[in-house]
Design a protein around this ligand. Structure first.
Ligand code: PLP
Length: 397
């Protein structure tokens, strides 16, 4: 038909989240934005740290503008990659160097590059993801020529179900994506879970005679509450690639900046790094935004204030459970994963809409019968929505 039908399908079919977002704008124009309780999009609501904005200003005022806006090396500026390697070593002591870091325009690019680097043409390679999972994984895996395999979680806790996971591994398993803190459940995988996962991976890699790679998708690493630790997967499994992003950790989603870190202890580490460089090249993901490479290298230890997220989490969790909703208390990210009050999450979403509440039905995330509430919004909106959530619950009593 003259163009790629698969790509046409991706472009013409809006994701449910985007669909809701568009509806939200239309509805806000009709009844006023303050009357629409939109919890659909994972767009950070806290500002980037002041030092980030200050650094941008200083760079523009005092930096060499040709260099600042110019191309860097394809894999990113060497000085920037050194700073990132030092930061990772300071935090996690993994002995990484600039030669293991590849700068990207965010976690989406990092994931696409890693998958392209690992999945082999015509080999029927499979990639396991843990439900509930970020829906774009399917797009990235299939685009790299792989097959997505979904492992179902433990009931109620949404931790990884190790037995289910083990049963999904076979000779074609090439990679496994772990996202913790998780979108959409907010769950942080415990150290116990991580250890078991890595034990299975080590044993199965041996059994099948090839490496099974662990891809750690970590845009929410810094968004954790109540001192919960997020295990750094390189310290548990050598064949790990970390996909990091500053979209949420520094509230910079529109600036498109992140990196891939290849574990220095990985078998064939330098060749895998070169495959990452090749995948970046083949996908056109070279020279990540130059100005923002400089910004993040000068703000390596900056943090956003996540107090609002924690407050919103507590208000929503405490109130919704008291109204009769069921959900696991999230330790991180800015999502609450709530059991729909009827079997069909989409119908529940439609009913919530009649109360001006916009949540995301999660069937596409691999778990049926749940909706996601993105609470990266003002506290007043969260508090304002509570009576509507109560009325919605009453409809089901
Ligand atoms: N991975 C997960 C789990 C996400 O939730 C997101 C964005 O919401 C991404 C990756 C993509 O992040 P980025 O904006 O850095 O491309």
């Amino acid at each position: 038909m003259g163009y790629n039908q698969k790509m046409y399908g991706l472009g013409s079919k809006r994701s449910i989240i985007r669909e809701i977002f568009e509806y939200s704008k239309t509805r806000a124009a009709q009844i006023g934005a303050e009357n629409v309780y939109d919890f659909s999009l994972g767009n950070p609501s806290v500002p980037a740290p002041a030092e980030v904005n200050q650094t941008i200003k200083e760079l523009l005022e005092t930096g060499n503008s040709v260099l600042l806006h110019g191309y860097t090396s394809a894999q990113g500026d060497a000085g920037v990659r050194s700073v990132i390697a030092e930061k990772i070593n300071r935090d996690f002591n993994v002995g990484i160097s600039l030669n293991h870091i590849y700068m990207t325009c965010g976690a989406a690019a990092s994931l696409s590059i890693c998958l392209k680097a690992l999945i082999e043409d015509g080999e029927d390679d499979e990639c396991i993801v843990f439900a509930p999972f970020f829906t774009e994984y399917r797009v990235f895996i299939e685009n790299a020529g792989g097959k997505i395999i979904i492992s179902q979680p433990m009931e109620k806790t949404f931790q990884i179900n190790i037995a289910d996971f083990e049963g999904k591994i076979n000779a074609h398993t090439k990679a496994v994506i772990v996202n913790s803190p998780n979108n959409p459940s907010g769950v942080v995988y415990s150290e116990e879970t991580v250890k078991k996962l890595c034990e299975v991976l080590t044993r199965k890699s041996k059994e099948f005679g090839h490496a099974i790679y662990l891809i750690a998708d970590e845009p929410y690493r810094e968004l954790v509450y109540s001192g919960v630790e997020v295990p750094y997967l390189m310290n548990y499994y050598d064949n790990t690639l970390v996909c990091y992003s500053y979209s949420k950790s520094l509230s910079l989603p529109g600036e498109r900046i992140g990196y891939i870190a290849v574990c220095p202890k990985m078998q064939d580490c330098q060749n895998i790094y070169l495959a990452v460089c090749g995948a970046g090249r083949s996908l056109g993901y070279v020279c990540a935004p130059s100005l923002f490479q400089q910004v993040i290298s000068r703000c390596a230890d900056a943090k956003v204030n996540i107090d609002v997220y924690k407050e919103n989490r507590d208000i929503l969790y405490d109130n919704l459970t008291s109204f009769g909703y069921e959900c696991v208390k999230p330790d991180g990210a800015f999502y609450l994963f709530v059991k729909a009050l009827e079997e069909d999450a989409y119908k529940f979403y439609e009913k919530a809409k009649t109360h001006e509440i916009l949540v995301v039905p999660c069937d596409d995330f691999g778990v049926k019968g749940y909706v996601r509430i993105a609470y990266c919004t003002d506290k007043s909106r969260v508090e304002g929505a509570l009576p509507a959530f109560r009325e919605l619950a009453k409809e089901y009593q």
